[in-house]
Design a protein around this ligand. Sequence first.
Ligand SMILES: C[S@@+](CC[C@H](N)C(=O)[O-])C[C@H]1O[C@@H](n2cnc3c(N)ncnc32)[C@H](O)[C@@H]1O
Length: 282
Amino acid sequence: MKPILKWAGGKSRLAPQIASAFASNCEGTYYEPFVGSAAVYLHLKAEGRIGRAVLSDANEKLVAVHRAVRDRVEDLLDALASLPTEDWRERYYEVREAYNLGPHAGPEHAARFIWLNRAGFNGLYRENRRGEFNVPCGKYAALRLPDAEHFRAVSALLQDADIRTATFDQVLGAADEGDHVYCDPPYVPLTETACFTGYCSLPFGIDEQKSLALHARKAAMKGAVVVLSNHDLPVVRNELYPPDGGFRHVARPRVARAISRGARGSAPEIVAAIGPLRRDVA
Ligand SMILES: C[S@@+](CC[C@H](N)C(=O)[O-])C[C@H]1O[C@@H](n2cnc3c(N)ncnc32)[C@H](O)[C@@H]1O
C-alpha cells in the first residue's frame, strides 16, 4: 500500500527490504518514531505482520494529517474536493496562505497539507523561522491527487494505530520485549551541505544520531528488535551502528532519490538491526 504523501527520504521503494529485516511478525507493539509518510508501517500492516502500533513524528502538522486520514477520511475528501484542480498553478499561493493561517488540525488542514504536498515543488516540506510553509509551486504538467479509494484504504490501515506528536526519545523508552521498532531518522549528510533535513524546526545532528543509537541499544537490551536505516557512511557503519555493539548490517540498498537538496541520483543506504540482546552479553 503506497502512502498518500510524498515525503523526503520516504521508504516506499525500500519497504519490502526493511520489512524483511524483522525476521518474524510482531507479537508486541510496533513503534515507528520517525513515521513521515508511514510507508513502512503501511507495508507491514497491509501484509498482516503487525497489530498494535505507535506511530509518531516531531512534525505536529504532519501528525495531524495522519490523524485526519484515520478519523475523518470522508470529511477530508470533501475538503480536498473544494480545493483547486484546473487552475491549481494560479491558485497555489492562495492555498498556501490559507494553510499557514491554520488551524493546523482537522480535515481542512489535512486537505490543504496533502494538496500542497502534491502541488508544491518536489513534494518538499519546509518552513521559515516563523513556522510558515514556504515551498514554491511545483513544475508539474498536471496536478495528481490520490483517489478516494486510496484514501479509504490507508484510513482502514490506520484505524488501530496510536498516532502521536513526539520526538523519538519520548517514545522509545517504552519499547520492550516482543516489540518491533523501525527508526528512519533524518540522514547523516553525505557531505556537509548536500542533505535535506528540513522536516521540522528541530535540529538533527550527530548528537541526536548518537542518542538514537543509544536508545536503540537500550530497547534491544529489554528484548525489542530495532531496525534502523541511514546513509551507508563509515561513521554510520562503524560508530553509530557498529557490529561489535550488537548491530547487524542486514542490507545495503542503493536508492534513487526522488527528493533531496543538492544530491540527486542514487545514494548508498544501510539497513541495520539490533536485538533482542541478552543482558549478559550486552
Ligand atoms: C527520513 S524521514 C522519515 C521518512 C519515513 N520513513 C517515510 O517513509 O516517509 C524523517 C522524519 O523524522 C522526523 N523527525 C525529525 N526530527 C525528529 C525527532 N527529533 N524525533 C522524531 N521525529 C523527527 C521528520 O519530521 C521526518 O518526518
